[in-house]
Design a protein around this ligand. Structure first.
Ligand code: ZN
Ligand code: FE
Length: 254
């Protein structure tokens, strides 16, 4: 069985993903706001049953309580941060699976951006919902975690099949690409992809999702164990955590 997936842009650049299982169950991932999500669900004729949260930040959970009050939807989120997820009913941790209307997600703990952060991988649909851990050609800021934690978290996602579509929480792709070429200037795949992204944004198009295969080839934060990135970071080629830390710090100041 595969999911039908739709999208609602919220706030400035937040993507709320809407998922419909063939059983009719409907989930939204990281609803920043209730109103635009309700309007989108009504337009699609989809009846909300589940809310999936990757992490606690208000731009991912701000619509939780209103949507739950409206529909009685079940709220699912990270066990490690259950105290900070408004209205949470079901808390999940690394390695668990969650069956949402017959569609099974595998859960990964991916801390670093926040202390508790999970990603949902729907293997049969080749879809990964990763919140603010992995962005296209980028990754989340380390608000509550260390470079070592984030590198380990990204390592779990990097192992997924090439065809996996990466549904992240924000449209940050173009800015990420501008930084990526500064630390990985000889990467031809990256340059070609950056040009495609510029063209897509000039047409006003959304760039998300992309595939894990593209990410593995072009995302500097998935390539901290590549000698090219160690050269840019002036770190040892056998110390990817140090390389990752330097690149993340450079991006923070970019
Ligand atoms: Zn966040
Ligand atoms: Fe966010």
């Amino acid at each position: 069985m595969t999911l039908q997936i739709d999208c609602q842009l919220c706030l400035r650049d937040n993507y709320v993903w809407l998922l419909r299982a063939s059983s009719g169950a409907v989930a939204v991932v990281d609803p920043s706001q209730a109103e635009p999500v309700k309007a989108k669900l009504d337009a699609l004729g989809w009846k909300l049953t589940h809310i999936l949260n990757t992490h606690h930040h208000p731009d991912h959970t701000g619509g939780n309580l209103e949507l739950k009050q409206w529909t009685g939807a079940i709220i699912v989120g990270p066990q490690a941060d259950r105290d900070r997820i408004p209205g949470i009913d079901i808390a999940l941790k690394d390695g668990e699976t969650y069956d949402f209307g017959g569609e099974v997600a595998r859960v990964f703990d991916v801390p670093g951006h926040t202390r508790g952060h999970i990603a949902f991988w729907f293997k049969d649909s080749d879809a990964l919902f990763c919140g603010d851990t992995l962005f296209l050609m980028g990754c989340g800021r380390l608000f509550e975690g260390t470079p070592a934690q984030m590198w380990t978290s990204l390592g779990k996602l990097r192992r997924l099949p090439d065809a996996t579509r990466v549904y992240c929480g924000h449209e940050y792709t173009q800015a990420n690409a501008r930084f990526a070429v500064t630390v990985d200037p000889d990467n031809a795949d990256l340059r070609a992809r950056a040009a495609r992204v510029d063209a897509a944004r000039a047409r006003g198009e959304r760039t998300v999702p992309a595939t894990m295969g593209e990410e593995r080839a072009t995302n500097p934060f998935l390539r901290a164990d590549d000698p090219a990135l160690a050269r840019a970071a002036k770190t040892r080629a056998d110390d990817p955590v140090a390389t990752f830390g330097v690149i993340r710090a450079l991006k923070d100041r970019f």
